[in-house]
Design a protein around this ligand. Structure first.
Ligand SMILES: *[C@@H]1O[C@H](CO)[C@@H](O)[C@H](O)[C@H]1NC(C)=O
Ligand SMILES: *[C@@H]1O[C@H](CO)[C@@H](O)[C@H](O)[C@H]1NC(C)=O
Length: 221
């Protein structure tokens, strides 16, 4: 090995160590009694039968990321098809966010990690989002039977819509940046106090963990 290839080798080795050391692990587990097609953006997707686990590694600095579940999917051999809820452009390997209604585990991996569960795109699968390492111990969850109790006007095949998706009005969507809770957002908040129920909901349920923390996302915890 001459000097040039040696230094190239050590540079790649150091780069590899750095990448491995700073990627964040997400163990995505399906505890539902039926198959869930996990969706991650960025990250792709994976079919998880009951008890299945997908270990997803996410790069440091990733922001605006979402993990969610899809129900009742059919895909062909090249991963094209459709899901009843949470469909992401008909692809097994998502390249965009999924369609509402879907329960969202959201996160940004900055100097600190910000995590939340959001019902702003409605609800399709019960979710738990928990740190598994590092100096952060509390987890957040949304596990109530929101589909079974869904108000009539919000019912969707396989899920429960958020009122913004149905009515698209400023009152529910807060496009003007200034709005309060509604009877319909309170329906979600009462059942899942850990989760965002409308766009200006307060941040009491956002978890902030040190970088280097790893996480678990469980469907039907
Ligand atoms: C799948 O679709 C069927 C028929 O619409 C429905 O009865 C069933 O509840 C769905 N399963 C899930 C997990 O949403
Ligand atoms: C956050 O919102 C919930 C209900 O939406 C309320 O009970 C709680 O007091 C609020 N907390 C703060 C700090 O505003």
């Amino acid at each position: 090995m001459n000097f040039k290839s040696l230094s190239l080798f050590s540079i790649s080795f150091i780069a590899l160590c750095f990448t491995v050391a700073s990627a964040t692990n997400f163990d995505i587990r399906n505890n539902c009694p039926h198959t869930i097609w996990a969706a991650a953006f960025p990250g792709g997707g994976r079919e998880l039968s009951k008890g299945g686990v997908w270990n997803l590694k996410v790069s440091p600095g990733t922001t605006g990321a979402r993990i969610s579940g899809r129900n009742n999917c059919t895909f062909d051999k090249v991963g094209r098809g459709r899901c009843q809820t949470g469909d992401c452009g008909g692809l097994l390997q998502c390249r965009a966010y999924g369609a509402a209604p879907n329960t969202l585990a959201e996160f940004s991996l900055n100097q600190f990690n910000n995590l939340d569960i959001s019902l702003i795109e409605g609800f399709n699968v019960p979710i738990e989002f928990s740190p598994t390492s590092g100096g952060c111990s509390r987890g957040i969850r949304c596990t109530t039977d929101i589909i079974g109790q869904c108000p009539k006007e919000l019912k969707a095949p396989g899920g429960c819509n958020n009122p913004c998706t149905v009515y698209k009005t400023d009152q529910y969507c807060c496009n003007s940046g200034n709005c309060g809770p509604t009877d319909l957002s309170r329906f979600f908040k009462a059942r899942c106090p850990d989760a965002y129920s409308y766009p200006k909901d307060n941040q009491t349920s956002t978890l902030i963990c040190p970088s280097g923390t790893n996480y678990r996302v469980v469907f039907c915890p």
